[in-house]
Design a binder for this molecule. Structure first.
Ligand SMILES: [Zn+2]
Length: 392
């Protein structure tokens, strides 16, 4: 059954681009939306496109320092950039570019728009496909992220509606920025599943990062072994998420759907297939229906296999959010439109073929290590959550 949903999209968000050859390539957004259209998953009523708005300065200052926002504005307008590294900018990863303040305000506004639509009850689910900038910190940018659309949306929900927000982060990289901004806040729980920081940027996200002060126990991390496959990832998710939902009882879920944990992603070492994305969002929506009136605000995130993975992964996310079955065969019109520009042969099916998957050596060892990581987190963290204590 189709669930009232909004896809927040405008081609203008594609101006969020650091350099033509930078891996954070906005092309993936256009490819994803065109695949959704081509599969008939966008309409004018129940699963519609809504334009983003700009985040206001007050909305940015709710989660970023005045000094940082002023610096970004100055770099954006072509001012001197000698001090940019102090703000995590002007680096190879996160260079300065003209108009960066404006377009990142638009990306933040897209996720704010998604939050508004969901919290007003206009839709149950909204997908800010350009959002998910989870490495941006209060006073500095990092890892391709300038302003935190995610933190801005969480702060907006807290201010306008109160209630508790569960932030889920499925990107292959640890969601360090969002975790840090709400580290002492017991009304915002962050849960990040990612490749272990021992092997991957940003080098954080370990089990013992549990929060601080009042927020101790409200920051959860599952650092996964490199080469983790769907089965292990999904088993951990299916065990942990229902427990967290039951104990924390959020009023809304914000989920970051980075798809750079896919086996074909060039920047990470996880071994997920498209099944991971389809099953993850299904469980998130099912638990949201049970515990928080179905309210899910979703964003994109990382994803560097621009042609082969991102459009399929995010189409499956949109299908799951909007309650629409996703046909498996990719239409010829889509393949014909894009194959000429693609540097790789485009897949003809939305879902990866499980038979094509080569088993990973040391699979059992990887699964056993991941299980131990999960148990260590459950032992340490679950008793700290208030609702868990009370037994509800
Ligand atoms: Zn990532």
């Amino acid at each position: 059954m189709t669930v009232p949903s909004a896809l927040i999209w405008d081609p203008a968000v594609a101006r969020y681009q650091f350099r033509p050859d930078h891996p954070f390539n906005p092309r993936r957004l256009e490819l994803s939306v065109s695949l959704m259209e081509s599969l008939g998953l966008i309409n004018d009523t129940t699963a519609r496109v809504v334009a983003p708005r700009m985040a206001t300065e007050a909305e940015l200052l709710a989660v970023h320092s005045r000094e940082y926002v002023d610096a970004v504005r100055r770099f954006s307008a072509g001012g001197g950039t000698d001090d940019a590294p102090r703000y995590g900018l002007g680096t190879d990863d996160t260079p300065v570019f003209p108009g960066m303040h404006e377009v990142t305000s638009l990306v933040a506004g897209a996720t704010l728009r998604a939050a508004e639509l969901v919290m007003s009850g206009e839709v149950k689910r909204a997908f800010s496909i350009c959002g998910g900038l989870h490495h941006a910190h209060r006073g500095r940018g990092s890892g391709f992220c300038v302003y935190s659309d995610l933190a801005a949306a969480i702060a907006w929900v807290r201010r306008e509606h109160g209630g508790r927000v569960l932030y889920l982060d499925y990107d292959a990289h640890h969601g360090d920025g969002v975790q840090g901004i709400f580290y002492d806040d017991p009304e915002v729980m962050t849960l990040s599943l990612h490749e272990s920081g021992r092997y991957l940027f940003p080098g954080t996200g370990f089990v013992d990062e549990l929060g601080e002060g009042e927020g101790y126990g409200y920051s959860l991390n599952v650092p996964l072994e490199p080469f983790t496959e769907d089965d292990s990832w999904l088993a951990i998710h299916a065990k942990l998420l229902p427990e967290v939902m039951e104990a924390f009882r959020p009023d809304v879920i914000l989920v970051q759907n980075g798809c750079d944990g896919h086996a074909l992603d060039p920047l990470t070492h996880l071994r997920a297939s498209t099944r991971l994305y389809e099953e993850t969002i299904r469980l998130v929506c099912e638990l949201a229906d049970t515990h928080c009136n179905g309210r899910v605000i979703a964003t994109g995130g990382g994803g560097y296999a621009v042609w082969e993975v991102v459009p399929r992964a995010w189409t499956l996310i949109w299908g799951g959010l909007s309650g629409q079955p996703v046909p498996d065969r990719i239409p010829h019109d889509w393949l014909n439109r894009w194959q000429g520009e693609a540097p790789v042969l485009l897949p003809e099916r939305v879902r990866d073929d499980p038979a094509a998957h080569k088993p990973v050596p040391r699979r059992e060892e990887i699964e056993a290590t991941n299980r131990r990581t999960l148990e260590s987190l459950r032992r340490q963290a679950l008793p700290l959550i208030r609702g868990w204590d009370l037994g509800w």
